[in-house]
Structure formats: C-alpha cells, structure tokens
Design a protein around this ligand. Structure first.
Ligand code: PFF
Ligand code: NA
Length: 439
C-alpha cells in the first residue's frame, strides 16, 4: 500500500468491536464499580446512563464523523477546518488532543506492564504463596523491576499496530472482545455464588436516592460519561478516519456506548460482591487490582483458575485500549513525516517508552503525570474537538456528515443540542475537573 492510500475497516462489526475495545479500559474496571457503589448504587445509574447516552454518544458521533470526513487524524483534520476559515495554525491546535491521548498511552503502557506481571504471577500460582500482597506491590510498582514489563506492553502493541488497521487492530479486537465478555460472564457466575456476595450486590443496587441530592454524584457521573467512551478529541477520531461513507455513525456510537456500559456493569458485579464476600474494603484505583483482588484469589475456592482468567480479561481490556491510544501518534507521524507505518510504530514506541521511563521509577511522578493528562489535556482536547467541529466548521454540515450512511438520521433538533448543550457541558467537565482535581 502506498504511503498516501488510507486503510478502511473491513466490516462494520470489526469497527464497532475495535471502538468497544478502545472504550473499555481501566475506567470501567477501577473507577466504575467503586463509583457505582459509593454514589448511591442504582441511584447513580440515573445520571450516569442519562449522561453517557446523550452526551457520550454525541461526542462519539462527533469524533467518528470528523475523522471520516477528513480521512485524517486530529492534527490534519483541525488544520483543514481552520484553513477554510483563513486561519493557518489549526494544526498547532490539533497537536493538543494528540498529545493528550499520547499521554494516556504513556501511563497506560506502564499499567499494562504491571498487569502482564500479575498475569504471570497468577499463572505461576503466586497469589497463594506471596505472604503480604500490599508490600509485594509496593516493592514492585515504582521500581526498576517494572521496566521490562513496561517495554513488553509497548512491544506487544507495536506488533499489532505494524500489521495495520484491518489486519492488526480489527482482527485482534474481533477475537479479544467476544472473549473478554465470555470471561467476564464466567467470573460473574463465580463471584455471585460466593457466600456473602449478597452484601456486595446490595451495595451496588440498593438505591440511595438521597445521593442524588449531592452534586458530587452528578459530577462523577458526568466525568465518567466523557472519560469512559474516550472523549479527548483524537482517539475515537482516528478510528473514525478509517470508516467509509456507508458506515452508520449514530448506530455505531450507540453500540459503543451500550457495550462499554455492559462491560462496566459486569466488572462491577464481578469485583464488588467478591470484595464483600471476603470482608474487604471496596477501593478504586491500583490497590483494587493489585492488592485487594489478588488477596481474594488467595482465599477463594478455585482461586488459581479465576485469577488467571481475571488477569487475562484485564489484559484484553487494556491492550485493546493501548492499540487505539498508540494509533493516534502513529497515524500523526505517518501523515506528518510521510513515513511508513512500520517506521512510525518504532519511533512512537521508542519515544513513549523514553517518556514513561522516569514514571516507572516513581509512583509519585506517575500520579502527577496521569493527573495532568486526565485532568487537563484530555478534557481540553474534548472541548477543542467540539468547538472545532460544531462551531468553527458548521453544525449543519456536521450533522449531515454524521447522518451520511445512517438508517436513523438525526433531525435538526440535534443541532442546538450539540452546538450549545454538548459543547458547554464539555467545558463544564474541564472546569469541574480542575476544581475537584479529577472527576
Ligand atoms: N475510555 C478509557 C477507559 O475507560 O479506561 C480511557 C480513555 C482513553 C479516555 C482514551 C480518553 C481517551 F482519549
Ligand atoms: Na471505558
């Protein structure tokens, strides 16, 4: 294939599964279950489902259509829109969402490294043997021991991306995503049948309506709705850039939202009932995956096989995201430097590994970096993409681009919703994130 010939997805289902793979990640596993429980159980679902269905799918349609229309990643897509308005620095703006998503890749690759290590520990039956799991994680994360696993995570992603969109990303997601859901169902049966699981189910489901009076509940649901479907102005946009004109963007966006939400539920009902059954504390973030759950596998009947399955499912969830994240700078460099995909993946792999290295050695630095990227860059990217496509370009043309190829085209009512409500709320997500230090 020549340098300027662009690939397209080979099937509609392949595209949707790749988007589902991109969306399902750590946000579903180490944020959602805890938030669902902590912010009112079933009551939390009301704001969350409302926001993710209305705003999440609007953001997805925007990124898919913007990418498809320009057949380009964010830098070139921004450049063209601003150039049409006589502004010649649109590409400089487009760099911001690309840097944001690349930043997510940098810290995700480190976490995937930890997950790969814990998958091997599971395979070796080590959770039954390791005496103090918190101390074990403490002596691993943030130390040079992680470097080799970090490198491995990047190499695996490179190996997939160098095969291209169709033969790499699409083909592997078509296997990984169905397998991920099957494994989650198996784990669900185990978790729900543990003695004492009912407490966890109550924690997740019994609605605490009073929590709806707390603005924090709405704020967390809003932040989750944006983050969970990867709205940052570049990640879903690059997948959209490989779509052809007869793809149904509204349907694809809705399907991505539905599968991503299903995965969040499954993760919640796998994790929380097991945590309660063993009298542990439900937590968010790294301790959940690397301390609490291994502790459970240690005590659980059949813990060996379930630990292997669990970490395998996390590998699938996280690797399908790193492929999408890394594709963003890979596409950008291919396009800007006119280099081949094979060269670009090596360049991006080397650079992002180098940037991540200091973070391997300091959990504090890792935390600051991840916060900077997720609190500032990603929400800024989401706002910039909305402003660029819905305001600087043209809301009516944007709606027509979304409707192209759709059986259920959006009516004109959607234009003020996208232009005013969506863009303003994206700005609110950014501001609240800065105020609260992440939402
Ligand atoms: N959607 C991912 C998750 O839920 O883990 C996180 C994410 C990826 C957010 C890419 C933003 C992004 F651009
Ligand atoms: Na997600």
């Amino acid at each position: 294939m020549s340098v300027n010939e662009r690939e397209t997805w080979s099937s509609r289902i392949g595209f949707v599964l790749s988007c589902v793979g991109a969306a399902i990640g750590l946000g579903n596993i180490w944020l959602f279950p805890w938030r669902l429980g902590a912010y009112g159980g079933a009551a939390f679902l009301i704001p969350y489902l409302f926001f993710v269905i209305t705003l999440g799918s609007t953001g997805l349609m925007e990124e898919f259509a913007f990418g498809r229309e320009r057949k380009a990643g964010a830098i070139q897509a921004f450049k063209e829109v601003y150039a049409e308005r006589g502004i010649d620095w649109g590409d400089k703006l487009g760099v911001i969402p690309v840097l944001g998503v690349t930043g997510v890749f940098v810290f995700y690759a480190i976490v995937v490294g930890w997950i790969l290590k814990y998958f091997v520990l599971a395979l070796q039956g080590q959770f039954a043997v390791i005496d103090k799991l918190p101390a074990y994680f403490g002596s691993f994360a943030g130390t040079p021991k992680t470097i080799i696993w970090h490198l491995l995570a990047i190499i695996i992603t490179i190996l997939v991306l160098r095969l291209g969109v169709k033969d790499g990303i699409e083909r592997i997601n078509k296997v990984m995503m169905p397998t991920l859901f099957v494994i989650l169902f198996i784990l669900l049966l185990r978790s729900l049948t543990l003695p004492g699981a009912l407490e966890g189910i109550k924690f997740l489901l019994v609605p605490e309506w009073s929590k709806l009076a707390n603005p924090k509940t709405w704020i967390m649901a809003l932040g989750q709705a944006f983050f969970t479907v990867s709205l940052g102005g570049a990640a879903m946009l690059v997948y959209g850039s490989y779509l052809d004109e007869d793809a149904d963007i509204p349907a694809s966006a809705l399907q991505t939202v539905i599968f991503n939400t299903t995965a969040s539920f499954l993760a919640a009902f796998v994790i929380i009932p097991a945590v309660f059954a063993f009298g542990l504390d439900p937590k968010a973030g790294p301790p959940l995956l690397f301390i609490t759950l291994p502790n459970i596998f240690k005590q659980m009947p059949g813990g060996y096989i379930f630990s292997v399955l669990f970490f395998l499912s996390i590998i699938f969830a996280a690797l399908s995201s790193t492929m999408n994240l890394m594709e963003v700078p890979v596409e950008a460099l291919m396009q800007r430097l006119k280099i081949s995909r094979k060269k670009s993946v090596i360049l991006v792999g080397g650079l992002t590994f180098a940037v991540g290295l200091p973070l391997d050695l300091s959990m504090k630095l890792f935390g600051h970096f991840a916060d900077f990227v997720t609190i500032y860059l990603i929400p800024i990217g989401a706002v910039m993409a909305a402003v660029t496509y819905f305001w600087v370009y043209d809301i009516t043309k944007a709606r027509q681009a979304i409707n192209q190829g759709s059986d259920n085209p959006l009516g004109t009512w959607w234009e003020p919703f996208a232009k005013y409500v969506f863009t303003i709320v994206a700005g609110v997500v950014l501001i609240l994130g800065i105020i609260f230090g992440g939402i």
